[in-house]
Ligand binder design. Structure first.
Ligand SMILES: [Zn+2]
Length: 304
């Protein structure tokens, strides 16, 4: 009897261990709007903002994190240039168009010129051609099917891959709010920014996974969208803890997008449709599972 119990326990332990292994969901972190998203508190530089985030990534041994850049932000901005140099020395960079152009407000040709205009900075920052990844500003892939197809055809010819997004909690909303609250030294408001950020992140991580199951019938490898800004280094350690607690295993963008889910294209014109999963939900007319909304109003008014 004793032997039987021991064996059962061992098998049980093994199953739990294996179950835990298979449940680890692959996720690539990406950061947009380099060298900076939103405002900074007075006296804080872009360079130290980037440095602080890079230190956390290094300490946590995260796989390479792509930073998507808008070179227009460097015009006459030495601090921004220093921030980008630091980033590119430690992590890869990708194309986010020269001036963060909205494809819904512009033609495919104008958008393609913006991709090209961003390239000299990418070439300077990264000597390999690993920067041939495009992250669409606002995740806008085209409000007409023609536009969408034209830009995708351009990307293909020019050797680009699309850096898709499948998990997003609009973290940028907290950057400028934090800059204001830090300027006022409002500890209570900052505590709320932390708690609301983490609860929103948790809610939208769960929502993305539920969407994937509704669309593909199973979990996929995910690509998470973050933005480099004032709040990034303050909240990143806790955000990384949250990802770990939820069973995500960090991987590179290349590995995440090796999942066949990233070969699919909704191939229709969409207006402000969000992540690739949001797009498919809309195209397939699947209703989003119940979820809490983001605290847009509170973030807008806090510390004003
Ligand atoms: Zn952006």
């Amino acid at each position: 009897m004793k032997t039987f119990v021991t064996v059962t326990c061992r098998v049980g332990f093994l199953l739990v261990a294996l179950g835990g292994m298979s449940a680890a969901q692959k996720l690539a972190i990406t950061m947009d709007d380099l060298p900076l998203n939103g405002l900074l508190p007075p006296g804080v530089t872009r360079e130290e903002t980037a440095k602080n985030v890079l230190e956390i990534l290094k300490k946590r041994h995260t796989p390479p994190v792509y930073g998507f850049i808008n070179a227009k932000k460097l015009e006459g901005n030495a601090d921004g240039a220093e921030a980008l140099k630091l980033w590119a020395a430690a992590e890869p960079v990708g194309n986010h168009t020269y001036g963060h152009m909205d494809l819904e407000q512009n033609t495919a040709e104008a958008f393609e010129r913006e991709i090209e205009e961003n390239e000299p900075a990418l070439e300077l920052l990264q000597t390999t051609d690993n920067w041939h990844w495009l992250r669409y500003p606002f995740l806008h892939e085209g409000d007409t099917a023609e536009k969408r197809r034209a830009v995708r055809a351009y990307l293909k010819v020019h050797g680009y891959r699309i850096a898709q997004v499948t998990l997003d909690w609009e973290d940028y909303l907290w950057n400028t709010a934090y800059a204001r609250c830090a300027a006022k030294n409002d500890a209570q408001a900052i505590a709320w920014l932390r708690s609301s950020y983490l609860s929103t992140a948790s809610e939208f991580l769960d929502l993305g996974r539920e969407q994937a199951k509704l669309i593909y019938g199973h979990d996929i490898n995910y690509v998470l969208l973050l933005h480099l800004g004032a709040f990034s280094s303050a909240i990143l350690p806790e955000a990384l803890d949250l990802l770990k607690k939820k069973g995500f295993k960090l991987v590179t963008l290349e590995e995440a997008e090796s999942d066949a889910a990233y070969d699919g294209d909704p191939d229709v014109g969409l207006h402000d449709a969000g992540t690739l999963l949001d797009q498919w939900m809309q195209v397939k007319q699947i209703k989003d599972p119940e979820h809490a909304e983001k605290p847009y109003k509170e973030l807008d008014s806090i510390c004003q």
